[in-house]
Design a protein around this ligand. Structure first.
Ligand SMILES: C[S@@+](CC[C@H](N)C(=O)[O-])C[C@H]1O[C@@H](n2cnc3c(N)ncnc32)[C@H](O)[C@@H]1O
Length: 380
């Protein structure tokens, strides 16, 4: 079976590695997605265990069009009765970049008609559309004249882990936080600090990695559970097998924030993730924080600037550089922000630079290595 795992821009490689380690074959990275092959077991496993997939789609139709009409004809050829019953509900999500369609919604309507007519022609009754809670979520992707029709096996995006019910201003997407951790080279044998932890996304994703907790453990629902061929016994077996591998964390993960509200919110989220024994959270201004480990990792997601004046923001980013230099010798620091201007005020030379997206927001991820005596203003 062919699958498409969608992810955030910049995380394709790390997702491909995850899929390969789970047993996927023919793994191929494309823009914001990874194509792979596998069986039903792998489909369930990826949904339950992948830290960097946003959703997993199963293509059911793939064809070229020369007109709008061709979309209807192609849609009608798919054996929809192998996928759903006439008594089921469905919804179509169109993602269109094609000269054949000026309006994305119109392409979705054509496919909806094709699905309804397929059943009406064959069985004399048709499935209803339910955009809020459909049995089957159909993804329609058209790029120029290439159409791919898929069924979404996740439905609720996989970044919605279920533990984050309280969130601070500008929280990181959970998939992005996990992706940064997996890209960073951090292993659960090194201590980890997030000194601007907000709602605690980075410490929680780190805690889940350290304890080998599947990120799907807190979710109540995956789209494939409503599929006609859903194998509940297989899914229970996979869940049990993965949950049995949960262990104790070899390291303590720390989070802190200047805001008492953010600290309270992250403590609630940590507790919902079952990680209160692994993660400690406290109120602290970053400038007052000192590393107790000369080989630790620091992950920073400072404010982007929505609520601060430009000079306050420059001061904050300048303080980050000074504090890293003086208080975190020997540590590796990763910083992600969308504020490119303030970033220059950090004044440390980055060893790596990556472009990532937090939702629609373009961000820069930088790696700094703090040697004893790292020169601030060495250059940028
Ligand atoms: C972009 S938010 C972090 C969001 C977080 N990664 C999450 O997923 O929820 C930035 C955080 O930096 C905190 N902050 C701002 N100045 C700080 C300082 N001097 N020391 C510590 N935390 C600070 C803010 O209170 C805010 O929670």
């Amino acid at each position: 079976m062919k699958f498409v795992a969608k992810t955030l821009y910049g995380l394709e490689k790390v997702l491909a590695e995850e899929l390969t380690s789970m047993g996927a074959s023919d793994v191929e990275t494309v823009n914001r997605a990874v194509l792979f092959r596998g069986n039903k077991d792998l489909l369930y496993r990826v949904n339950y265990c992948s830290r960097t997939a946003l959703s997993v789609l199963m293509p059911v139709g793939d064809f070229r069009i020369r007109s709008k009409d061709d979309l209807y004809k192609g849609g009608l050829k798919i054996e929809w009765d192998r996928i759903m019953e006439a008594s089921d509900t469905f919804s179509v999500v169109p993602v269109i970049n094609s000269p054949h369609f000026e309006h994305t919604g119109y392409a979705g309507l054509i496919l909806k008609d094709a699905i309804a007519d397929y059943f009406r022609n064959k069985q004399g009754k048709r499935p209803s559309v339910d955009t809020m809670d459909p049995t089957i979520l159909v993804n329609l992707h058209i790029s120029n004249d290439q159409v791919t029709i898929s069924i979404d096996s996740s439905v609720i995006p996989l970044f919605k882990r279920g533990y984050r019910q309280e969130q601070a201003v500008a929280p990181l997407n959970e998939v992005l936080a996990a992706g940064i951790l997996l890209m960073s080279g951090w292993k659960a044998s090194s201590s980890l600090t997030d000194p601007m932890c907000g709602s605690g996304t980075i410490p929680i994703e780190a805690g889940l990695i350290a304890c080998n907790v599947p990120p799907g453990k807190f979710r109540k629902f995956f789209g494939f559970q409503r599929w006609k061929d859903f194998d509940a016994e297989l899914f229970n077996k996979i869940r049990q097998e993965c949950n049995e591998k949960i262990g104790l964390s070899p390291v303590k993960v720390c989070g802190s924030d200047i805001s008492e509200l953010a600290v309270n919110q992250s403590m609630g989220n940590v507790s919902r993730a079952g990680l209160s024994d692994v993660i400690s959270i406290k109120v602290c201004d970053f400038k007052d924080l000192k590393s107790t480990d000369n080989n630790g990792y620091v992950f920073l997601n400072p404010p982007y600037g929505q609520r601060l004046q430009p000079d306050e923001l420059d001061g904050l980013y300048g303080m980050i550089g000074t504090t890293l230099k003086h208080n975190f010798p020997g540590n590796t620091a990763w910083l992600i922000t969308s504020n490119k201007e303030s970033l220059k005020k950090v004044g440390l030379k980055p060893r790596e630079k990556h472009t990532l997206f937090n939702g629609a927001l373009e961000c820069t991820l930088l790696k700094y290595e703090m040697y004893q005596g790292t020169k601030k203003h060495e250059n940028f």
